[in-house]
Design a protein around this ligand. Structure first.
Ligand SMILES: C[S@@+](CC[C@H](N)C(=O)[O-])C[C@H]1O[C@@H](n2cnc3c(N)ncnc32)[C@H](O)[C@@H]1O
Length: 204
């Protein structure tokens, strides 16, 4: 017989890290407008991971309103790090810029407006952490550039790998000898969606 808590989803919903006013407002806005954001739990995870690896250079693919970029930027503050984040939709990128300014992180975050599949090719500097959150079918297409840009021992995090469109990516990273990866299927309260996969990988 298992000793698992009863109603685990109800139980784990109690352990959501509290957020400040700006992040809470972005969560409400995302809910209202159907903007798919990572939510407070995965946000805190990114904050912790960026801090633990002392990331000083972070690349994000898929900015939306800047919610996840705020966690990444705060996570790399101790290492005086910087975040480059790529967004194809100019209107939402403008909103992200405003939000990042409100968070006081404008000197730490650079938003580049354009297609991540093209923008990533122009990048030459390497990164300690790469966070993927664009169209899931494109994850597999940017994987070679992520491999080129991620420092040895760096961390790649891919959101939404429970989506059917991430299947090619999941197989590619699992099979590739140059990556070590774990793909977790989790209950992620207030993440879009709440049942989803996350991939954490490194290139040794
Ligand atoms: C899931 S949302 C990102 C959410 C954000 N990371 C967060 O949690 O706060 C995906 C975003 O990626 C953008 N996007 C999708 N495909 C893209 C591409 N090829 N290049 C750049 N941005 C893209 C979309 O416009 C959208 O704003």
């Amino acid at each position: 017989m298992s000793n698992l808590v009863k109603n685990p989803e109800e139980y784990f919903r109690k352990f959501i890290p509290p957020n400040n006013e700006l992040l809470a407002a972005l969560e409400e806005e995302a809910e209202r407008e159907g903007i798919p954001i990572i939510g407070p739990l995965v946000g805190e995870l990114l904050f912790i991971l960026a801090g633990v690896i002392r990331a000083s250079s972070i690349l994000e693919l898929g900015t939306a309103t800047g919610y996840s970029a705020i966690f990444l930027a705060r996570g790399c503050e101790a290492a005086n790090g910087r975040v480059v984040t790529l967004e194809s939709n100019p209107d939402i990128a403008t909103r992200a810029k405003e939000n990042i300014h409100k968070a006081g992180l404008q000197d730490r975050v650079e938003i580049r407006v354009g297609d991540a599949l093209e923008e990533i090719k122009r990048l030459q500097t390497s990164f300690d952490l790469i966070f993927m959150d664009i169209e899931k079918r494109d994850y597999v297409r940017v994987l070679p550039d992520c491999h080129r840009l991620l420092k040895a021992g760096g961390l790649l995090v891919a959101d939404n790998v429970g989506f059917e469109d991430a299947d090619d990516f999941n197989r590619a990273i699992f099979d590739h000898p140059d990556w070590r990866s774990v793909t977790l299927f989790s209950f992620l309260p207030y993440h879009s969606p709440e049942h989803d996969g996350l991939c954490l990988a490194t290139r040794p």
